[in-house]
Design a protein around this ligand. Structure first.
Ligand SMILES: NC(=O)c1ccc[n+]([C@@H]2O[C@H](COP(=O)([O-])OP(=O)(O)OC[C@H]3O[C@@H](n4cnc5c(N)ncnc54)[C@H](O)[C@@H]3O)[C@@H](O)[C@H]2O)c1
Length: 338
């Protein structure tokens, strides 16, 4: 297969990780990197001296590229991705795909009309621990799923042009959609601006999925501890995915409780608890971003839909929009039309 020529737009915090992966993959060659800031271009030059560097991403359109990755701030995703698709380039856009669903739909339509791959960087959909957790849910080993709870907390990184909902919750929402294979019916959200007026840095989401499944998402830029955790509570077992752990990322707890049959007598009211073993499955290590970049290249070559495709990006944006509406309206439960 031909090596695909890739350009990277945005070389701030995340762009260098993307560039490293495409440089190391045999199916791609990084031809150019664009960033508005001189200092970022200097960093790029030190790492990748063979690459064309520019402040103006339009310069990339003269280089006969096959694909670009957009790793710029979210507000710029739509205009940059649109311009790249219009030039006939396959596009991988970082999360969130866009800041509203009309823009996400427009990108999907544009990519479809030109037969191009549009992908969103929902990195956790390429995480082998998340795959293992899904396999436990799908196998029925956890029993009926009662609820899921996710927490993504740390001190920082504070931003003025985004809020914690749009910055961190795309990860948790994409994990929930992937694990359950379903979209929520409604969402409510509560956000608190603690540090900067009008910019929530702590948010709690409550999502209702079909069949009464519930999910809770807690995201924060203002917490003393780094937490990256997904808990799945089932009728038979419970699972915890702790991304901060190096080795024991997933633990399956054989714990549960059976309620007694109906009784009027307090003496008869005895729940039966069981406390079984804790299982720690071995998880094959693979860098999720590497897998994501490889999927992008594979899908371009084989005209397949990526695991985290544009429609997946749209689903997450629709949920974020509804959650933002709820936050603005005093935590109302907002229905989501699919
Ligand atoms: N998938 C993940 O795990 C993950 C992790 C971190 C960030 N991200 C996403 O990556 C994107 C970038 O985040 P970041 O933390 O690297 O931000 P950042 O602010 O550190 O870097 C963004 C860079 O884009 C450049 N830029 C802005 N507008 C530009 C333009 N028009 N042309 C060229 N360059 C431009 C800026 O100069 C900056 O260097 C965001 O969408 C973010 O949500 C994803």
């Amino acid at each position: 297969m031909d090596t695909l020529k890739v350009g990277i737009i945005g070389y701030g915090y995340w762009g260098p990780n993307i560039a490293r992966n495409f440089v190391e993959l045999s199916a791609s060659q990084v031809v150019a990197i664009a960033d508005l800031k001189e200092e970022q271009l200097k960093r790029a030059q030190a790492k990748h001296p063979q690459v064309v560097l520019t402040k103006d991403y339009h310069e990339l359109f003269k280089l006969e590229l096959d694909a670009v990755v957009v790793a710029t701030p979210p507000a710029t995703h739509y205009p940059i991705a649109k311009a790249c698709l219009e030039q006939g380039l396959h596009v991988l856009v970082e999360k969130p795909l866009t800041l509203n669903s009309q823009h996400a739909e427009a990108l999907i339509d544009l990519a479809d009309s030109k037969g191009l791959t549009l992908m969103v960087g929902h990195t956790f959909e390429y995480n082998t621990a998340v795959h293992a957790l899904k396999a436990y849910i799908d196998s029925g080993e956890l029993g009926e799923i009662y609820y899921l709870d996710t927490a993504r907390l740390n001190l920082g990184l504070f931003q003025r042009d985004s809020n914690v909902l749009w910055d961190l919750a795309p990860h948790d929402i994409s994990i929930l959609l992937y694990l359950l294979g379903q979209s929520p019916i409604s969402v409510s959200a509560h956000g608190m601006p603690c540090v900067f007026d009008g910019v929530p840095d702590v948010a709690y989401l409550h999502l209702i999925f079909p069949n009464h499944k519930l999910a809770y998402v807690h995201v924060s830029w203002l917490d003393p501890c780094k937490v990256r955790r997904v808990t799945v509570v089932g009728s038979k077992k419970m699972a915890v995915y702790n991304d901060v752990e190096n080795e024991q990322k997933i633990k399956i707890y054989d714990k549960g409780v059976d309620a007694p049959a109906y009784t009027n007598s307090f003496a008869d009211f005895q729940c039966s608890y069981h406390y079984g073993d804790i299982t720690i499955p071995r998880i094959r290590y693979a860098e999720p971003l590497r897998e994501e970049c490889q999927d992008f290249l594979d899908c371009i070559q084989s005209h397949k839909e990526p695991c985290s495709c544009g429609r997946d990006g749209l689903r997450v944006v629709k949920i974020l929009e509804a959650a933002q509406r709820s936050m603005n309206n005093g935590s109302t439960q907002e229905g989501i039309q699919w």
